[in-house]
Design a protein. Structure first.
Lengths: 319, 319
C-alpha cells in the first residue's frame, strides 16, 4: 500500500532522496503490487547507473559484518550506497530475518545509505525478478553502488550473483576446505574472493587453496582473473583492499566492454523471470481448481505419468 | 544414449535390478532425453513405493559420511537403497562433483545399492523436475528407501526437500549459531535434525539451541514434532538413532494420512516443474533469435521497462 500517495509522487520522492518513498517502493516490489509496471516505467531511465556488487558465502563467514564495514568505507569515500539483504532460502516465513541487521543501525540515520532486508512475498518470478526491481528503485534514488547480500551459496545465490556486475564470495578458515568451495559452485561466480577472519588459524591455507584452484582455471588473455583478498571485517582490517578489488573489477568491466553485456544479461534474466512468473501465476491459480490437483492425484496413484499430466495442464491453460 | 537398447528393455532391466539399466535411465533423466515421457509412462505404476529421505546441511557438516553410514545400516536391515547426490548450485560445470563420492565406493559392488551424483544438464525444469524422475527410476528398480543428499541449504534445497517424505537437516557444532540456522530457513523444512560431530565441543549447545527453537514453534496436537538426534557419523555413532527417527516419521506419515498428501504434493510440484520447463524452453529458444535479446537491450538502455518487455515477450510466443 502506498497510503494514498500515487506512483509519480513516490518516484519523485525517491529521486529526491526521501527514505520513506524508497522504502514504500521496495515494499511494492516485495508485495508484487500491480502498480509495479508503472513504477518500473518511471524508473527505466535511471537503469544501469549503479555498480551492483553481490556478496555471498556460507552462514557464519561474516557477511553482515563485512557489508557493514564496506558501507562505512564507501560512505567515507563519498558514495551513495544501497544495501539489499536477500534471503532466498525461506519462502515460508514471508519475511527475511532481521536479527543481524540490527548492527547496521548505525547507518540508519545516514541519509546516504538505504538498507533493506528483502523477501519475495508476492513477486512474480520470486527474488530473481524482485531483486533487480529493488535495484532499480535504489538506482532511481541516486545510489551509485548497491550491495546485494545473500545467505548461503545455492542456486538462488547463483541466480542473484548473475544479476551483479561484481560478485564477492566470502570464505573463512575452518568453514570447510577447498573441495567444499568447488562443491558449492562458487569458483565460477566469484570476481573477488574475500578470505575473512584472516587473523584465525588456517586463513593462509584457505588463501593458498583458492589461489591454487584459480591457477587451474582456463582464462583467455582478456579475461578477468578473480582477486583474492584477506580481511578481518570485525577489526575493520583489509576493507580498503576489498574496495580496491571492487573498483579494479569495475574498471575492467568498463575497459573490456563487459559492463554493457552484463547489463543486457541482467535485463534478459529479469524479463524472463517476470514472464515465467506470469505464466506460473496462471498455473498456480489452477492449484485451487480441479486442474493441477486432480492431475497430481492421478500421478500419485500411478494412473498417469508426470509428462502426460504436464501436457494436459498446459492444454488446459491454452498453452 | 541408450546404446541401442530401447526403453521397454531398459525399464525391464531396471525392474530386474540391473545396475546398468538403472544408470542409463538416470542419464536419460539428466540429459532430458526425449524418450523420457515413454520412460515415465512405463514407471508410473511403481510411483510412491519408496520412502524418500532428503538429507541437507551446510558444506562441511558431514553429509557424505552420514549418508554412507546410513546406507550401510539400511543394508544390514535388509533394505534396497537408492542414493541421489544432487548438486543444485553448479549449473556451470554440467556435472556434479564426484570427489567425495569416492568414499562410497565400498557400496558400489553391492547390488542392493544404487548411488548416483546428479546434475541437471538438459532437463526441462532443472533439478526440481529431474530429481523426482530419478526417484521414479529407483522405485522402479525396487528401492524401498531413496536418500537424496543435497549440497548446502538454499532455495533449491528447499525445493528438493519438498519432494522428500522425510527431511533430515544436518548441523555440526561450530558451523554457525542457531540464528544462522533460522536464517537459512531450515527450521521449517526439517523433520529430523541430526547434530553431527557430536563428540566435538559445542555439540551440546547446538543440541539445546535447536530444542529451544523447536519449543517456540506452534504445532497442533496432530502435528509432527521434529526429532533432534546426536550422531558422530565418522565413528558410526548414533546412526541407529537417526534410522529410528526416520522410521518414526514414516510411521507418523502413515498413521496421520500425510503420506498420500505428501505424494500428491510431490506430483503437483513435478508436473508444474515440467510444464514450466516446457514454457521456459520455448522462451530460451528466443534468446538466440531477436526476441529476448532485443528486448533486453532496450531494457538495459532504459528505453523500455522490464514489465513491458515481458509482456512483449509473451505476446511474441503467442501466450
Amino acid at each position: 500500500m502506498s497510503k494514498g500517495r500515487d506512483v509519480p509522487a513516490l518516484v519523485a520522492g525517491a529521486r529526491a532522496g526521501d527514505a520513506r518513498s524508497v522504502a514504500r517502493l521496495i515494499s511494492m516490489v516485495e508485495d508484487g503490487d500491480p502498480r509495479l509496471r508503472e513504477v518500473a516505467a518511471a524508473l527505466a531511465p535511471s537503469a544501469g547507473t549503479a555498480q551492483i556488487v553481490g556478496l555471498t558465502g556460507s552462514p557464519g563467514v561474516g557477511k553482515s559484518t563485512t557489508t557493514n564495514e564496506l558501507v562505512r568505507a564507501l560512505r567515507v569515500a563519498g558514495h551513495r550506497v544501497g544495501v539489499l539483504a536477500v534471503d532466498p532460502s525461506s519462502p515460508f516465513t514471508g519475511g527475511a530475518i532481521l536479527g543481524d541487521r540490527i548492527r547496521m543501525q548505525e547507518h540508519t540515520t545516514d541519509p546516504g545509505v538505504y538498507i533493506r532486508s528483502m523477501s519475495s512475498r508476492g513477486q512474480l518470478g520470486g527474488l530473481a525478478a524482485a531483486t533487480p526491481q529493488a535495484v532499480r528503485v535504489l538506482e532511481g534514488a541516486g545510489c551509485d553502488i548497491v550491495l546485494i547480500e545473500t545467505v548461503g551459496v545455492g542456486q538462488a545465490e547463483v541466480e542473484i550473483a548473475s544479476l551483479a556486475d561484481t560478485t564477492l564470495v566470502l570464505l573463512a578458515p575452518g568453514m570447510g576446505d577447498a573441495i567444499q568451495a568447488v562443491k558449492a559452485g562458487i569458483l565460477e561466480i566469484a570476481d573477488v574472493f574475500v578470505v575473512n577472519k584472516a587473523d584465525r588459524p588456517g586463513a593462509d591455507a584457505t588463501y593458498r587453496d583458492i589461489q591454487g584452484m584459480l591457477g587451474l582455471g582456463e582464462r583467455g588473455p582478456g579475461d578477468w582473473r578473480p582477486q583474492v583478498v584477506r580481511a578481518t571485517a570485525v577489526k575493520n582490517e583489509g576493507i580498503d583492499d576489498v574496495l580496491a578489488a571492487i573498483a579494479k573489477h569495475r574498471a575492467w568491466l568498463d575497459e573490456s566492454g563487459r559492463l554493457r553485456a552484463a547489463h543486457e544479461h541482467r535485463a534478459a534474466v529479469e524479463v524472463e523471470a517476470i514472464a515465467l512468473g506470469t505464466l506460473r501465476a496462471r498455473m498456480g491459480n489452477l492449484r485451487d481448481g480441479t486442474g493441477l490437483s486432480a492431475l497430481a492425484a492421478r500421478v500419485a496413484d500411478g494412473t498417469t505419468d508426470p509428462y502426460s499430466a504436464a501436457e494436459a495442464l498446459l492444454a488446459e491453460l491454452g498453452l
